[in-house]
Design a protein around this ligand. Structure first.
Ligand code: NAD
Ligand code: DAU
Length: 334
Protein backbone atom coordinates (compact mmCIF):
# COMPACT_ATOMS: atom_id res chain seq x y z
CA UNK A 1 0.00 0.00 0.00
CA UNK A 2 1.76 3.17 -1.22
CA UNK A 3 0.96 6.86 -1.13
CA UNK A 4 1.80 8.51 -4.43
CA UNK A 5 2.23 12.21 -4.93
CA UNK A 6 1.53 12.86 -8.61
CA UNK A 7 2.36 16.30 -10.01
CA UNK A 8 0.57 17.57 -13.11
CA UNK A 9 -2.08 14.89 -12.79
CA UNK A 10 -4.80 17.04 -14.38
CA UNK A 11 -2.97 17.12 -17.71
CA UNK A 12 -3.13 14.62 -20.57
CA UNK A 13 -0.72 11.90 -19.46
CA UNK A 14 -0.99 12.53 -15.71
CA UNK A 15 -4.78 12.10 -15.71
CA UNK A 16 -4.58 8.93 -17.79
CA UNK A 17 -1.93 7.69 -15.36
CA UNK A 18 -4.03 8.38 -12.24
CA UNK A 19 -7.06 6.55 -13.67
CA UNK A 20 -4.84 3.69 -14.80
CA UNK A 21 -2.99 3.44 -11.47
CA UNK A 22 -6.08 3.46 -9.27
CA UNK A 23 -7.66 0.73 -11.40
CA UNK A 24 -4.51 -1.43 -11.31
CA UNK A 25 -3.48 -0.69 -7.70
CA UNK A 26 -6.73 -0.05 -5.79
CA UNK A 27 -4.92 -0.38 -2.45
CA UNK A 28 -2.74 2.69 -3.17
CA UNK A 29 -3.71 6.31 -2.67
CA UNK A 30 -2.86 9.29 -4.86
CA UNK A 31 -2.61 12.98 -4.16
CA UNK A 32 -2.62 15.06 -7.32
CA UNK A 33 -0.85 18.43 -7.13
CA UNK A 34 -1.69 20.51 -10.17
CA UNK A 35 -1.74 24.26 -10.79
CA UNK A 36 -4.56 23.92 -13.37
CA UNK A 37 -2.80 25.96 -16.02
CA UNK A 38 -4.49 26.18 -19.44
CA UNK A 39 -3.43 22.51 -19.86
CA UNK A 40 -4.87 21.21 -16.60
CA UNK A 41 -8.47 20.11 -16.51
CA UNK A 42 -10.26 18.45 -13.62
CA UNK A 43 -12.79 17.05 -16.11
CA UNK A 44 -10.05 14.59 -17.16
CA UNK A 45 -10.42 12.95 -13.76
CA UNK A 46 -14.20 12.60 -13.59
CA UNK A 47 -13.92 8.81 -13.26
CA UNK A 48 -11.82 8.97 -10.05
CA UNK A 49 -13.35 12.04 -8.41
CA UNK A 50 -15.44 9.96 -6.00
CA UNK A 51 -12.69 7.45 -5.28
CA UNK A 52 -11.73 7.80 -1.59
CA UNK A 53 -8.13 6.92 -2.53
CA UNK A 54 -7.85 10.03 -4.71
CA UNK A 55 -7.38 13.62 -3.60
CA UNK A 56 -6.68 16.80 -5.53
CA UNK A 57 -4.85 19.90 -4.47
CA UNK A 58 -4.71 22.95 -6.68
CA UNK A 59 -1.20 24.29 -6.24
CA UNK A 60 2.05 25.13 -7.94
CA UNK A 61 5.17 22.96 -7.82
CA UNK A 62 7.10 26.20 -7.35
CA UNK A 63 5.42 26.65 -3.96
CA UNK A 64 7.94 25.26 -1.46
CA UNK A 65 5.50 25.18 1.44
CA UNK A 66 2.85 23.12 -0.37
CA UNK A 67 5.45 20.87 -1.97
CA UNK A 68 7.21 20.30 1.38
CA UNK A 69 3.94 19.35 3.06
CA UNK A 70 2.77 16.97 0.32
CA UNK A 71 6.16 15.34 -0.14
CA UNK A 72 6.13 14.84 3.65
CA UNK A 73 2.98 12.73 3.33
CA UNK A 74 4.10 10.65 0.32
CA UNK A 75 6.06 7.42 -0.22
CA UNK A 76 6.87 8.18 -3.83
CA UNK A 77 6.67 11.17 -6.19
CA UNK A 78 5.72 10.77 -9.85
CA UNK A 79 6.53 14.04 -11.57
CA UNK A 80 4.54 14.92 -14.71
CA UNK A 81 3.94 18.64 -14.15
CA UNK A 82 5.47 20.70 -16.93
CA UNK A 83 4.84 23.19 -19.63
CA UNK A 84 4.67 20.65 -22.45
CA UNK A 85 4.04 22.35 -25.79
CA UNK A 86 6.96 23.19 -28.09
CA UNK A 87 5.09 25.91 -30.01
CA UNK A 88 4.21 27.73 -26.77
CA UNK A 89 7.84 27.50 -25.68
CA UNK A 90 8.85 29.34 -28.85
CA UNK A 91 6.36 32.13 -28.20
CA UNK A 92 7.05 32.38 -24.44
CA UNK A 93 9.97 30.40 -23.01
CA UNK A 94 10.00 31.83 -19.49
CA UNK A 95 7.23 29.66 -18.05
CA UNK A 96 9.13 26.61 -19.32
CA UNK A 97 12.24 27.52 -17.38
CA UNK A 98 10.17 28.34 -14.30
CA UNK A 99 8.06 25.18 -14.17
CA UNK A 100 10.26 22.61 -15.87
CA UNK A 101 13.60 23.62 -14.37
CA UNK A 102 12.86 25.51 -11.15
CA UNK A 103 9.73 23.53 -10.35
CA UNK A 104 11.65 20.26 -10.68
CA UNK A 105 14.34 21.71 -8.42
CA UNK A 106 11.76 22.58 -5.73
CA UNK A 107 10.44 19.02 -5.81
CA UNK A 108 13.88 17.45 -5.76
CA UNK A 109 14.93 19.54 -2.81
CA UNK A 110 11.89 18.44 -0.82
CA UNK A 111 12.33 14.80 -1.82
CA UNK A 112 15.99 14.66 -0.86
CA UNK A 113 15.14 15.63 2.71
CA UNK A 114 12.51 12.91 2.94
CA UNK A 115 14.63 10.25 1.19
CA UNK A 116 11.76 8.87 -0.86
CA UNK A 117 11.78 7.74 -4.49
CA UNK A 118 11.40 10.29 -7.28
CA UNK A 119 10.20 9.24 -10.73
CA UNK A 120 10.78 11.84 -13.41
CA UNK A 121 8.74 11.87 -16.61
CA UNK A 122 10.84 13.16 -19.45
CA UNK A 123 10.93 13.19 -23.21
CA UNK A 124 12.88 11.86 -26.17
CA UNK A 125 13.14 15.49 -27.38
CA UNK A 126 16.14 16.01 -25.08
CA UNK A 127 18.22 14.04 -27.60
CA UNK A 128 17.52 16.42 -30.48
CA UNK A 129 16.88 15.15 -33.98
CA UNK A 130 17.78 12.09 -36.06
CA UNK A 131 18.34 12.18 -39.82
CA UNK A 132 15.42 11.27 -42.06
CA UNK A 133 17.37 8.83 -44.17
CA UNK A 134 18.88 6.87 -41.26
CA UNK A 135 17.74 3.85 -39.31
CA UNK A 136 19.29 5.23 -36.15
CA UNK A 137 17.26 5.37 -32.93
CA UNK A 138 17.71 7.16 -29.62
CA UNK A 139 19.09 4.98 -26.83
CA UNK A 140 19.81 5.70 -23.16
CA UNK A 141 23.41 6.50 -24.26
CA UNK A 142 22.50 9.15 -26.87
CA UNK A 143 24.02 12.53 -25.97
CA UNK A 144 21.66 15.39 -25.15
CA UNK A 145 21.17 17.99 -27.93
CA UNK A 146 17.86 19.82 -27.37
CA UNK A 147 16.71 22.42 -29.92
CA UNK A 148 13.63 24.12 -28.46
CA UNK A 149 13.21 26.03 -25.19
CA UNK A 150 10.84 23.21 -24.18
CA UNK A 151 13.31 20.40 -24.80
CA UNK A 152 16.18 22.41 -23.32
CA UNK A 153 14.16 22.93 -20.12
CA UNK A 154 13.33 19.21 -19.94
CA UNK A 155 17.01 18.37 -20.53
CA UNK A 156 17.96 20.69 -17.67
CA UNK A 157 15.44 18.96 -15.41
CA UNK A 158 16.86 15.52 -16.29
CA UNK A 159 20.36 16.77 -15.44
CA UNK A 160 19.13 18.09 -12.10
CA UNK A 161 17.55 14.75 -11.22
CA UNK A 162 20.78 12.87 -11.97
CA UNK A 163 22.85 15.48 -10.14
CA UNK A 164 20.67 14.99 -7.04
CA UNK A 165 21.24 11.25 -7.36
CA UNK A 166 25.01 11.62 -7.63
CA UNK A 167 25.39 14.39 -5.05
CA UNK A 168 22.80 13.59 -2.40
CA UNK A 169 22.09 9.92 -3.02
CA UNK A 170 18.53 10.66 -4.19
CA UNK A 171 16.71 7.49 -5.23
CA UNK A 172 15.29 8.14 -8.67
CA UNK A 173 14.24 6.72 -12.01
CA UNK A 174 13.69 8.58 -15.30
CA UNK A 175 11.60 7.65 -18.32
CA UNK A 176 12.16 9.48 -21.62
CA UNK A 177 9.26 8.70 -23.88
CA UNK A 178 8.15 9.57 -27.38
CA UNK A 179 5.01 11.38 -28.59
CA UNK A 180 1.92 10.19 -26.73
CA UNK A 181 -1.54 10.08 -28.28
CA UNK A 182 -4.93 9.09 -26.91
CA UNK A 183 -7.88 10.54 -24.96
CA UNK A 184 -7.69 13.87 -23.11
CA UNK A 185 -4.82 15.30 -25.14
CA UNK A 186 -5.16 19.06 -25.50
CA UNK A 187 -6.31 20.21 -28.98
CA UNK A 188 -3.12 22.28 -29.32
CA UNK A 189 -1.17 19.06 -30.12
CA UNK A 190 -0.91 17.61 -33.64
CA UNK A 191 -3.31 14.64 -33.64
CA UNK A 192 -6.12 16.27 -31.61
CA UNK A 193 -5.67 19.53 -33.51
CA UNK A 194 -6.17 17.69 -36.80
CA UNK A 195 -9.24 15.77 -35.60
CA UNK A 196 -10.90 18.83 -34.09
CA UNK A 197 -10.08 21.03 -37.11
CA UNK A 198 -11.66 18.46 -39.41
CA UNK A 199 -14.70 18.17 -37.15
CA UNK A 200 -15.08 21.94 -37.57
CA UNK A 201 -14.74 21.72 -41.36
CA UNK A 202 -11.26 23.26 -41.19
CA UNK A 203 -8.13 21.91 -42.91
CA UNK A 204 -5.36 20.05 -41.12
CA UNK A 205 -2.28 22.25 -40.85
CA UNK A 206 0.94 20.49 -41.73
CA UNK A 207 4.17 22.28 -40.85
CA UNK A 208 6.80 22.70 -43.57
CA UNK A 209 7.06 19.79 -46.00
CA UNK A 210 5.35 17.39 -43.56
CA UNK A 211 8.32 15.01 -43.71
CA UNK A 212 8.86 15.11 -39.98
CA UNK A 213 8.80 11.79 -38.19
CA UNK A 214 7.52 11.16 -34.68
CA UNK A 215 7.44 7.90 -32.73
CA UNK A 216 3.80 7.56 -31.60
CA UNK A 217 3.12 5.88 -28.26
CA UNK A 218 -0.39 5.27 -26.97
CA UNK A 219 -0.81 6.93 -23.58
CA UNK A 220 -1.91 3.67 -21.91
CA UNK A 221 1.28 1.97 -23.05
CA UNK A 222 3.15 4.86 -21.48
CA UNK A 223 1.23 4.36 -18.20
CA UNK A 224 2.10 0.64 -18.30
CA UNK A 225 5.76 1.51 -18.81
CA UNK A 226 5.78 3.85 -15.80
CA UNK A 227 4.09 1.10 -13.79
CA UNK A 228 6.82 -1.38 -14.78
CA UNK A 229 9.53 1.09 -13.76
CA UNK A 230 7.88 1.94 -10.43
CA UNK A 231 7.43 -1.76 -9.63
CA UNK A 232 10.78 -3.14 -10.74
CA UNK A 233 13.00 -0.39 -12.15
CA UNK A 234 16.51 0.03 -10.84
CA UNK A 235 17.22 3.15 -8.81
CA UNK A 236 19.44 5.61 -10.72
CA UNK A 237 18.37 4.12 -14.07
CA UNK A 238 16.88 5.74 -17.18
CA UNK A 239 14.46 3.90 -19.46
CA UNK A 240 13.45 4.97 -22.96
CA UNK A 241 9.84 4.30 -23.93
CA UNK A 242 8.57 4.28 -27.52
CA UNK A 243 5.67 3.09 -29.62
CA UNK A 244 4.72 1.03 -32.67
CA UNK A 245 4.32 3.68 -35.36
CA UNK A 246 7.36 2.71 -37.43
CA UNK A 247 8.75 5.96 -38.79
CA UNK A 248 5.44 7.37 -40.04
CA UNK A 249 5.75 11.06 -41.02
CA UNK A 250 3.31 13.86 -40.25
CA UNK A 251 1.93 13.98 -43.77
CA UNK A 252 1.25 10.24 -43.65
CA UNK A 253 -0.48 10.64 -40.28
CA UNK A 254 -2.63 13.42 -41.76
CA UNK A 255 -3.56 11.20 -44.72
CA UNK A 256 -4.43 8.28 -42.43
CA UNK A 257 -6.71 10.54 -40.42
CA UNK A 258 -8.45 11.82 -43.53
CA UNK A 259 -8.93 8.25 -44.73
CA UNK A 260 -10.45 7.19 -41.39
CA UNK A 261 -12.71 10.24 -41.39
CA UNK A 262 -13.75 9.70 -45.04
CA UNK A 263 -12.40 13.05 -46.15
CA UNK A 264 -10.29 13.95 -49.16
CA UNK A 265 -6.68 15.06 -49.19
CA UNK A 266 -7.57 18.58 -50.28
CA UNK A 267 -8.20 19.14 -46.56
CA UNK A 268 -4.41 19.28 -46.07
CA UNK A 269 -2.90 22.76 -45.85
CA UNK A 270 0.86 23.24 -45.67
CA UNK A 271 1.73 26.06 -43.29
CA UNK A 272 4.83 27.83 -42.05
CA UNK A 273 7.38 25.52 -40.46
CA UNK A 274 8.25 25.50 -36.77
CA UNK A 275 11.63 27.14 -36.02
CA UNK A 276 14.21 24.59 -34.88
CA UNK A 277 11.87 21.76 -35.97
CA UNK A 278 13.37 18.34 -35.17
CA UNK A 279 13.31 16.12 -38.28
CA UNK A 280 12.92 12.68 -36.84
CA UNK A 281 12.47 10.90 -33.52
CA UNK A 282 12.76 7.14 -33.10
CA UNK A 283 13.14 5.34 -29.81
CA UNK A 284 14.98 2.12 -29.09
CA UNK A 285 13.03 0.67 -26.15
CA UNK A 286 15.06 -2.50 -25.83
CA UNK A 287 16.36 -1.75 -22.31
CA UNK A 288 12.92 -1.53 -20.69
CA UNK A 289 11.88 -4.56 -22.73
CA UNK A 290 14.89 -6.64 -21.70
CA UNK A 291 15.07 -5.54 -18.05
CA UNK A 292 11.39 -5.14 -17.18
CA UNK A 293 9.52 -7.08 -19.87
CA UNK A 294 7.60 -4.04 -21.13
CA UNK A 295 6.59 -3.60 -24.75
CA UNK A 296 3.93 -1.43 -26.40
CA UNK A 297 0.59 -3.19 -26.97
CA UNK A 298 -1.44 -0.55 -28.78
CA UNK A 299 -0.85 -0.49 -32.54
CA UNK A 300 -0.74 2.98 -34.07
CA UNK A 301 -3.35 2.62 -36.81
CA UNK A 302 -5.98 0.87 -34.71
CA UNK A 303 -5.61 3.24 -31.77
CA UNK A 304 -5.55 6.27 -34.02
CA UNK A 305 -9.05 5.20 -35.09
CA UNK A 306 -10.05 4.78 -31.42
CA UNK A 307 -8.67 8.25 -30.72
CA UNK A 308 -10.67 9.79 -33.58
CA UNK A 309 -13.80 8.15 -32.17
CA UNK A 310 -13.02 9.43 -28.68
CA UNK A 311 -12.74 13.03 -29.91
CA UNK A 312 -15.90 12.66 -32.01
CA UNK A 313 -17.80 11.43 -28.94
CA UNK A 314 -16.32 13.97 -26.54
CA UNK A 315 -16.78 17.33 -28.20
CA UNK A 316 -18.05 18.72 -24.88
CA UNK A 317 -14.57 18.05 -23.48
CA UNK A 318 -12.48 19.69 -26.23
CA UNK A 319 -14.81 22.45 -27.41
CA UNK A 320 -14.01 24.87 -24.51
CA UNK A 321 -10.27 24.46 -25.20
CA UNK A 322 -10.31 24.82 -28.95
CA UNK A 323 -10.62 28.57 -29.41
CA UNK A 324 -7.70 29.46 -27.15
CA UNK A 325 -5.57 26.77 -28.84
CA UNK A 326 -6.26 28.23 -32.28
CA UNK A 327 -5.49 31.76 -31.00
CA UNK A 328 -2.02 30.44 -30.28
CA UNK A 329 -1.63 29.48 -33.92
CA UNK A 330 -2.90 32.86 -35.09
CA UNK A 331 0.07 34.31 -33.16
CA UNK A 332 2.57 31.86 -34.70
CA UNK A 333 1.05 32.10 -38.18
CA UNK A 334 0.34 28.36 -38.31
P1 NAD B 1 0.06 18.60 -20.27
O1 NAD B 1 0.50 19.94 -20.76
O2 NAD B 1 -1.15 17.99 -20.86
O3 NAD B 1 -0.16 18.66 -18.69
C1 NAD B 1 0.71 19.32 -17.83
C2 NAD B 1 0.03 19.44 -16.47
O4 NAD B 1 0.95 20.06 -15.57
C3 NAD B 1 -1.24 20.29 -16.50
O5 NAD B 1 -2.26 19.64 -15.77
C4 NAD B 1 -0.80 21.58 -15.81
O6 NAD B 1 -1.87 22.23 -15.15
C5 NAD B 1 0.26 21.08 -14.86
N1 NAD B 1 1.22 22.13 -14.50
C6 NAD B 1 1.89 22.94 -15.36
N2 NAD B 1 2.66 23.79 -14.66
C7 NAD B 1 2.50 23.48 -13.34
C8 NAD B 1 3.05 23.98 -12.15
N3 NAD B 1 3.94 24.99 -12.16
N4 NAD B 1 2.68 23.43 -10.98
C9 NAD B 1 1.78 22.41 -10.97
N5 NAD B 1 1.21 21.90 -12.07
C10 NAD B 1 1.57 22.43 -13.25
O7 NAD B 1 1.33 17.67 -20.43
P2 NAD B 1 1.42 16.13 -20.84
O8 NAD B 1 1.40 16.02 -22.31
O9 NAD B 1 0.45 15.35 -20.03
O10 NAD B 1 2.90 15.81 -20.37
C11 NAD B 1 3.16 15.36 -19.03
C12 NAD B 1 4.65 15.15 -18.87
O11 NAD B 1 5.11 14.21 -19.84
C13 NAD B 1 5.48 16.41 -19.08
O12 NAD B 1 6.53 16.40 -18.16
C14 NAD B 1 6.01 16.27 -20.50
O13 NAD B 1 7.25 16.94 -20.66
C15 NAD B 1 6.18 14.76 -20.58
N6 NAD B 1 6.10 14.18 -21.93
C16 NAD B 1 4.99 14.39 -22.69
C17 NAD B 1 4.88 13.78 -23.94
C18 NAD B 1 3.67 13.95 -24.81
O14 NAD B 1 3.66 13.44 -25.93
N7 NAD B 1 2.61 14.61 -24.36
C19 NAD B 1 5.93 12.98 -24.39
C20 NAD B 1 7.08 12.84 -23.61
C21 NAD B 1 7.13 13.43 -22.35
O1 DAU C 1 8.56 13.62 -28.41
C1 DAU C 1 7.87 13.85 -27.22
C2 DAU C 1 7.22 15.21 -27.24
O2 DAU C 1 6.10 15.12 -28.11
C3 DAU C 1 6.80 15.72 -25.88
O3 DAU C 1 7.92 15.89 -25.07
C4 DAU C 1 6.01 17.02 -25.96
O4 DAU C 1 5.52 17.38 -24.69
C5 DAU C 1 4.85 16.82 -26.91
O5 DAU C 1 4.16 18.04 -27.10
C6 DAU C 1 5.34 16.29 -28.26
O6 DAU C 1 6.12 17.30 -28.96
P1 DAU C 1 5.99 17.52 -30.54
O7 DAU C 1 6.44 18.87 -30.85
O8 DAU C 1 6.61 16.39 -31.27
O9 DAU C 1 4.39 17.36 -30.66
P2 DAU C 1 3.29 18.21 -31.46
O10 DAU C 1 2.00 17.47 -31.29
O11 DAU C 1 3.31 19.65 -31.14
O12 DAU C 1 3.77 18.05 -32.98
C7 DAU C 1 3.97 16.77 -33.56
C8 DAU C 1 4.52 16.98 -34.96
O13 DAU C 1 3.51 17.57 -35.79
C9 DAU C 1 5.69 17.93 -35.04
O14 DAU C 1 6.55 17.50 -36.07
C10 DAU C 1 5.07 19.27 -35.42
C11 DAU C 1 3.92 18.85 -36.30
N1 DAU C 1 2.70 19.69 -36.30
C12 DAU C 1 2.16 20.05 -35.11
C13 DAU C 1 0.98 20.78 -35.08
C14 DAU C 1 0.37 21.22 -33.76
C15 DAU C 1 2.09 20.01 -37.52
O15 DAU C 1 2.59 19.66 -38.61
N2 DAU C 1 0.92 20.71 -37.48
C16 DAU C 1 0.34 21.12 -36.31
O16 DAU C 1 -0.76 21.74 -36.36
Amino acid sequence: MSKLLVTGGAGFIGSNFISYWLSQHPEDSITNLDALTYAGNEANLADVQDNSKYSFLKGNILDKEIVGRLVGEADIVVHFAAESHVDRSILGPEAFVETNVKGTFVLLDAVRQRKIHFHHISTDEVFGALALDSAEKFTEATPYYPHSPYSASKAASDHLVRAYGDTYGLAYTITNCSNNFGPYQHPEKFIPRMITNLSDGQPVKVYGDGKYVRDWLHVLDHCRAIDAVLQSGKSGETYLVGGMSNDVNNLEVAKLLLQHMNLSEDKIEFVKDRPGHDRRYAVDWSRINKDLGWEPEHSFEEWLKETITWYQQNEAWWRPLKEEAEQLYVKSGQ
